[in-house]
Design a protein around this ligand. Structure first.
Ligand SMILES: Nc1nc2c(ncn2[C@@H]2O[C@H](COP(=O)(O)OP(=O)(O)O)[C@@H](O)[C@H]2O)c(=O)[nH]1
Ligand SMILES: [Mg+2]
Length: 363
């Protein structure tokens, strides 16, 4: 049973960049991943694309053939994909039973709020065995303005109700949030979506005429308790890892490493089945049932990293990167010496620094 993500969000919210980041992260972790581009207007695809809707239909062709505008053309493309689902299904099957597939969707809001095609495609994917989660990206800068924040809450709720999938809302581009002004409350207020009545003052200032309606919307959203947010800064590895844990938890995906990867003996099944049918007893409970641990798992860490002590962290990270770069250079220099030494019959000795900072003879 393959697992996957349906990545939605308004245009420019960071969907394609996130898909690229996910590809890099999973490749580094040795986890299989395939990215499927379902945005027919995506002509600058940053990631290696396993399946591209452009080989079925392109927005430009549709616009030219049927004299449609970009929006109508996009809806046509999704309807066409729904009609020709077999094309997609066949290509997905070729990715193998253990595939992890991330679908990069167009940003047209109506596709994920009221148009039927995407919903039908998702149903067909689920029918063919996919376990999917919807990952809904929202630009984090909206939380700096109370009325825009209410708009994001409503839009996110609508997407959740429409797609009917395990759902993760994400405030994307967290690294840019301080550029848009100060937050009235700590970040957890916005991510946990509780006590929205505190927004009353700010809402009265931004739209005094509809104060009562705004507060009624707030209490509706709060009463159902459905909307919450994770955060994302795509270049921050910890942030990507935390979001990955949240999504794995939502889909029930437990990654089973290859049988030659280190794990306590007897805890990983080595049979030939799909990854999802080989339970990894070692990590099953900790992943699926346990709380999420690790850096950036606590929203207060995110607040500290990107809002309260951003400059200190940036300075520290730059120092780390330059140290890593230096270590790589030193390693290269040592390798060069060793190769030269090997070529001259091994006369040169290799002295390597160990963790304690001492040098020792490694031969
Ligand atoms: N600073 C920052 N920029 C981002 C991040 N994610 C995306 N972007 C930028 O946002 C812009 C739109 O991203 P894109 O992935 O094309 O959005 P899409 O239309 O939703 O696919 C690009 O310029 C990205 O470089 C992020 O986490 N941090
Ligand atoms: Mg895109």
């Amino acid at each position: 049973m393959p697992f996957g993500e349906i990545v939605v969000g308004s245009p420019g919210s960071g969907k394609s960049t996130y898909c690229y980041g996910k590809h890099q992260l999973f490749t580094a972790l040795d986890r299989p991943i395939s990215i499927v581009n379902l945005d027919p207007a995506n002509d600058n695809i940053p990631y290696p694309c396993a399946i591209d809707i452009a080989s079925l239909i392109t927005l430009q062709d549709v616009m030219d053939t049927y004299s449609l505008g970009p929006n109508g053309g996009m809806l046509y493309c999704m309807e066409y994909l729904d009609e020709n689902f077999d094309w997609l299904d066949e290509k997905l099957k070729a990715l193998g039973k253990g595939a992890y597939v991330v679908f990069d969707l167009p940003g047209q809001v109506e596709l994920s709020t009221n148009h039927e095609s995407l919903k039908k495609i998702i149903r067909k994917l689920s029918k063919s065995g996919f376990r999917l989660a919807a990952v809904n990206l929202c630009d984090a800068h909206y939380v700096t303005d109370a009325s825009k924040y209410i708009g994001v809450l409503m839009a996110s709720l609508r997407v959740m109700l429409h797609l009917e999938l395990p759902h993760i809302n994400v405030l994307s581009k967290m690294d840019l949030i301080t550029q848009y002004g100060d937050l009235d409350f700590n970040l957890d207020f916005y991510t946990e979506v509780q006590d929205l009545s505190y927004l009353e003052n700010a809402l009265t200032q931004s739209s005094p005429r509809y104060n009562a309606l705004n507060m009624a919307i707030c209490s509706l959203i709060e009463d159902f308790g459905l909307v919450g947010f994770e955060t994302l800064a795509v270049e921050d590895k910890e942030s990507m890892l935390h979001l990955t844990r949240a999504i794995d938890k939502a889909t029930g995906c437990v990654f089973v490493p290859p049988s030659n990867a280190p794990a306590p003996p007897g805890t990983v099944e080595t049979s030939d089945g799909a990854a999802s049918t080989r339970p990894n007893a070692f990590s099953l409970l900790s992943t699926a049932a346990g709380p999420m641990h690790g850096p950036r798992s606590d929203i207060r860490d995110v607040q500290e990293r990107w809002i309260d002590a951003r400059e200190d962290y940036d300075t520290w990270e730059r120092a780390q990167w330059s140290r890593e770069g230096q270590l790589v250079q030193e390693q290269k220099a040592r390798d060069k010496i060793r190769i030269r030494g090997g070529g001259s019959g091994g006369a040169t000795k290799d002295h390597r620094a160990d963790d304690t900072g001492e040098t020792k003879d490694v031969r």
